[in-house]
Design a protein around this ligand. Sequence first.
Ligand code: ATP
Ligand code: MG
Length: 577
Amino acid sequence: MLQNQLLVPTLREAPSDAEAASHQLLLRAGYIRQMAAGIYTFLPLGLKVLHKISAIIREELNAAGAQELLLPVLQPTELWEESGRYHEYGPELMRIHDRHGREFALGPTHEEIITALVRSEISSYRQLPLTLYQIQSKFRDERRPRFGLLRGREFMMKDAYSFSESREDLRVIYVQMFQAYERIMTRCGLNFRAVEADAGSIGGEGDTHEFIVLSEIGEDTIAACSSCGYAANLERAESAMPVADSLAADSLDALAEIRPIERFPTPGMRTIDELCSGLGLKPENIIKTLIYMADGEPLAVLLQGGHEVNEIKLGQLCKAAKLELADEETIRRLTGAPCGFVGPVGLKIPLIVDRHAAVMNEAVTGGGEQDVHFRHVKPGRDFNVELTGDIVNVLEGEGCPRCAEGRLEFHRGIEVGHVFELGTKYSAKLGAQFVNREGMQQDVMMGCYGIGISRLMAAIAEQHHDTGGIRWPLAIAPFQIHLLTISDKDEAQASAASSLYKQLRAAGLEVLLDNREERPGIKFKDADLIGIPVRIVIGKLAGEGQVELKFRAEEGSRLMDIEAALTAVREYCNPLK
Ligand code: ATP
Ligand code: MG
């Protein structure tokens, strides 16, 4: 491709509202343009990268036995009523009406649509297993579209759905898809982790993993073991079973058993920090009491001072769909105490105690009245424990739940893919059944598997860039080779460029030739921004048969004979033919 014919509008400066490096660079290098918040045009270079990523995805999914189809973007909302997600999905679902007043949703995901297809087309176990996928624009009215392609309202996704006879067969496909995802991420040049995750609004009964690209800008926190392969999203991460506090662990055990609970004054000490500095305590010496409304019913949640409630875990443990922290007035009405002094002793509402707090022998808790706390509190002895479990976020440095040696380390990351074992959640609701080997009607067993292709493109740019621009990995770069002439008016340069261009293309390589009448400085700056992995600069020495070879990801360049450069580039790019 000749650069003077290509629409690649580079910018010196990024718009001031572009915060993420990928957002700034994709705009500056002429890959994307914003149309409205979270809505982007892919310019020719941007589309090329999307196509490269899509090609890798297609290759790996086809190899795993999946078949591509194309489902409609417009989805009758009756199907969302049937699945029960019409209200649950909330305002993220973009809804429109046709001229007859019938309502449609712009597809944010396609479980309902594909299940409706399968319920009418699949009737026997002989037609299973089946994995179908599509690549298509998705629509979600995100509350906070941001970071360019990382969180858009219209974005490109690959979504796949599998259908099997049994949970065992689903497992086989799940593992195949998981492995295909690992290959896709590796081929895209990503540093990633596959982590155990929470199923969110998609729901499901089995395993679910997220593919997280490690990046400081990521919205997800993952906890990974320093020793074994355990890694999980913070929403889901667990740590090793806690041990009882130190007092119980040593010979003072007996004393702890008998040391009675004691009320003591704590004027103005409402927060964990104030208690720690005022009384010389550590957060793990304190049990804090939070009052929640769980599906409208009050609930006291007890945890150590240094922990945070994980509402996903809490919701699962107390089987509540909706959890809200109670307001100050409700807290006072239910407990008689002002905020900061609420405690479990004598409380008349159900108590749920985190497992770390439950094993304490010597805790400080709120005293149930202004400016008072209790000390030497022992759960089970001084207050009733209705339910105990893991209801908090893990802390960095806690023990790994899987191996004896490891500690949990935190990383930030971008979720680019998600695989779910759905089970029969959608097939049961939408009536997608088949006749099994015993001749009985049975709900089909489903899995679903998504990759955010446009988000993946931005995630690659997050991991592969420097201050000058993007440094695309070879496999997904819009072109493999960038040819630059220093002066296109110089005949020797122009003819060397044209001959190299032809030979490289004849060798099956993708070449962009910068033949613009621009100053060399501008050409170099643009080339750095655009980020094509191999660059050949044709300058003054072209007449003597020499050119400069440079790799975008490396410093410095090498002066070489044209033939040697050709061979080196061919080897590096290793085209299929
Ligand atoms: P998030 O938690 O980031 O909102 P999600 O859990 O809603 O993601 P899924 O419903 O699992 O995402 O969608 C599958 C994939 O689609 C995600 O792994 C992600 O790569 C991509 N994706 C989801 N939302 C967006 C978005 N707003 N913009 C770009 N890509 C997205
Ligand atoms: Mg989302």
